[in-house]
Design a protein around this ligand. Structure first.
Ligand code: ZN
Length: 293
């Protein structure tokens, strides 16, 4: 069943757990998401960037939603950029969209987000926006401090825009971190006490299991993940095609599973999907959302 972000995160906030939001860009990665959701009876937010097969991924998600009717999944646009891109997502049947205007000054951010909220809500679609700015891991040392969310602005932003979920910058970063992630748990707790809507953490990959658990305890409900599934999945595909093994348990188990299969263009993505699913299941269990669908 496809549902809204509101539905999934509202329950998560009431019951105090986190929901994984994996980025998926291909049929095999969407399949991996649904198999993980089905296997663990967990709600899931399948996310896609507008620049990477948005319509195709949307159709894949709708296909697997019919194949796994018990899965509770949101089809979410990640980092919606132009107004046109967000409208395309709405037309493609996305049940949730993020509008990312986090690089704009506060008032402009509010104005553009409010416009999208009005349209999306009229169509029964949830909206996530970002305040403060979560940067890129390779520039972590330069961008971490300047991007942190201001707590009082967060309260105003939610009230003035009517967003359903707020992405905050509390020390995480996208992709692979340069250096060690340092999180602002006190700031997160303060924002959570001032803001009524569910909170979102971007840059979950590489942040560390203990840090992520603590973020959920401090008020995060949605955790975005990509690198921690995509990189090991890609590595597994390469090892499989070269006929090599891996020390890493999730990867070696996937290689073992496909060991008798002829190495070809079809099988390699299945190896990747197997690893993607295992990595995602690790996070679903860590976040406490297994059995919550
Ligand atoms: Zn992000």
């Amino acid at each position: 069943m496809l549902t809204t972000l509101n539905e999934i995160l509202g329950k998560a906030k009431r019951e105090g757990y986190g929901v994984a939001a994996p980025d998926a860009y291909s049929s095999s990665s969407v399949m991996a998401c649904f198999k993980a959701a089905e296997n663990l009876k967990a709600p899931l937010i399948v996310s896609c960037l507008g620049t990477t097969n948005m319509e195709e991924t949307g159709e894949n998600v709708k296909f697997y939603a019919r194949k796994y009717p018990d899965a509770v999944v949101t089809l979410h646009l990640d980092h919606g950029s132009s107004f046109e891109e967000i409208m395309r997502a709405l037309r493609s049947g996305y049940t949730s969209v993020m509008i990312d205007r986090s690089k704009l000054p506060f008032e402009e951010n509010v104005r553009e987000v409010r416009e999208v909220v009005r349209i999306a809500h009229a169509m029964g679609v949830s909206v996530e926006a970002e305040l403060g700015h979560v940067g890129t891991g390779t520039e972590y040392d330069k961008t971490r401090d300047s991007g942190l969310t201001h707590k009082e602005e967060a309260r105003r932003f939610v009230e003035e825009t009517g967003v359903d979920a707020l992405a905050v910058a509390v020390g995480t970063s996208h992709g692979v971190y340069k250096g060690t992630p340092k999180l602002e748990f006190e700031l997160l707790k303060e924002i959570a006490s001032l803001v009524t809507v569910p909170l979102v953490l971007h840059g979950g990959s590489g942040t560390g299991d203990e840090n992520l658990k603590k973020c959920i305890a401090c008020g995060i409900q949605k955790i975005n993940l990509f690198t921690d599934m995509a990189n090991p999945a890609g590595e597994a595909m390469a090892l499989y095609m070269r006929g090599e093994s891996s020390e890493e348990p999730d990867i070696s188990a996937a290689l073992e599973m496909f060991s008798g299969k002829k190495k070809n263009y079809y099988v390699a993505p299945m190896v990747g999907a197997e690893v993607y699913q295992r990595k995602l299941e690790h996070y679903i269990k860590l976040f406490g959302s297994a059995g919550k669908a």
